[in-house]
Write a protein that binds this ligand. Structure first.
Ligand code: NAD
Ligand code: WQD
Length: 342
């Protein structure tokens, strides 16, 4: 019998790519999403890629009754992947309660729903933001968690603590927290990808929108960092590699291969790439210029971070396979598709 995975936030950027990989691996997928930061048409993209349209429920998971109702309706769910959260760091500084309310209530309601129907396996979207600017690079799963520098980051830290405390008294429950580094790129089909609302905060959608003519030029935030070319360094991971790691995590839980009731994995490539190298890669793979200027540092940005991926590689048997060039080309193909650029 096919196993069923509830993908909370599954019409979103990472969730939709994960839904594709789950379906292609033979899982039955149920998506629950409020559509607050995604479009219903994403389901068509998933169907075109996989030949399967996932079951879909539109609801706000931060509303307790709706969320519990979902679990009662789908009491056959074997595992949950919880992507549903707000994720804009700057917005979270301006509207902290909005972030705490949505991100924490959704998680708590999901845990309560899982307990209610006896679904015991949770994969949670965490973030490298929990490490802040680490003293030592690359970052391992044992690197100290630093005080969060935004309410968004704090919701990820508190969420990990909520899961820990919940598992402590629910011994049959298991969870894997995946700490993503910087997810970018799009599906190779260009049928799903990132759909930022308004002006993008993140680097890659800003680059693609600038080249597509929606923005005048990219501002490179700082060239005076202590990095090889002076611009800030991140570990950019292709969203399809990231999605595949979720399938591996689900397999691991359902096949009872976990070593511990609660596990944490860094999901990155292990390589640091600078902002200027991102631009260079984009220009190389597309043959197009990225209009850009150097400006001052962005408040709250860290200088550099990249992952030590040994634990995920060895323990999960998963490794990121795609590099920055694949990321940039797929991101551009997706942008071209949604803007009807030939
Ligand atoms: P996204 O905004 O594209 O997807 C999140 C989805 O959740 C959206 O479709 C949104 O409509 C939905 N959602 C939000 N609140 C909801 C609620 N209360 N009820 C139902 N649906 C709700 O974001 P993403 O980039 O796919 O991120 C997915 C997860 O990964 C988030 O938890 C995010 O914090 C985490 N994460 C993202 C990144 C990144 O850079 N994209 C990095 C690290 C961690
Ligand atoms: C990348 C680099 C910018 C835009 C954020 C969250 C983090 C995680 C991933 C969720 C930085 C530079 C950017 C631009 C630029 N999300 N940049 N010009 O800040 O590393 O991480 O997303 O958990 O928590 O903070 O990602 O894409 O915004 O920036 O120069 O217009 O690109 O300064 O060095 P970031 P990003």
């Amino acid at each position: 019998m096919k196993k069923t995975v509830l993908v909370a936030g599954g019409t979103g950027y990472i969730g939709s790519h994960t839904a594709v990989e789950l379906i292609q691996k033979g899982y039955n997928v149920v998506i629950a999403d409020s559509l607050e930061n995604s479009e219903i048409t994403v389901l068509d993209g998933i169907e075109k890629i996989t030949g399967v349209k996932p079951q879909f429920e539109e609801l706000d998971l931060s509303e307790r009754e709706s969320c519990l109702g979902l679990f009662k309706k789908y009491s056959n769910i074997d595992a949950v992947i919880h992507f549903a959260a707000y994720k804009a760091v700057g917005e979270s500084v301006d509207f902290p309660l909005k972030y705490y309310r949505n991100n924490l209530n959704s998680l708590m309601n999901i845990l309560e729903g899982m307990k209610l129907v006896g679904t015991n396996n949770l994969v949670f979207s965490s973030s490298c933001t929990v490490y802040g600017q680490p003293d030592l690079l690359p970052v391992t799963e044992k690197t100290d968690i630093q005080e969060a520098n935004s309410p968004y980051g704090n919701t990820k830290q508190i969420s990990e603590e909520i899961i820990r405390d919940f598992l402590n008294v629910n011994k049959n429950q298991k969870a894997i927290a995946l700490r993503y580094f910087n997810p970018i790129g799009a599906h190779a089909s260009a049928l799903i990808g990132e759909l930022p609302i308004g002006v993008p905060n993140n680097l890659v959608p800003f680059i693609t929108q600038t080249v597509a003519g929606l923005r005048q030029e990219l501002s490179v935030f700082g060239d005076d960092y202590n990095t090889p070319d002076g611009s800030a360094v991140r570990d950019y991971i292709h969203v399809v590699d990231l999605a595949k790691a979720h399938v591996v995590a689900i397999d691991r839980m359902l096949e009872d291969k976990n070593k511990a009731q609660l596990e944490y994995f860094n999901l990155g490539t292990g390589n640091g790439v600078s902002v200027l190298e991102c631009i260079e890669s984009f220009e190389k793979v597309t043959g197009l210029k990225v209009p850009h200027k150097i400006v001052g540092r962005r408040a709250g940005d860290i200088e550099q971070i990249w992952a030590n991926t040994s634990y995920a590689n060895d323990e999960l048997g998963w490794k990121a396979e795609l590099g920055i060039d694949d990321c940039m080309l797929s991101a551009w193909n997706w942008e071209k598709n949604i803007r009807n650029i030939k």
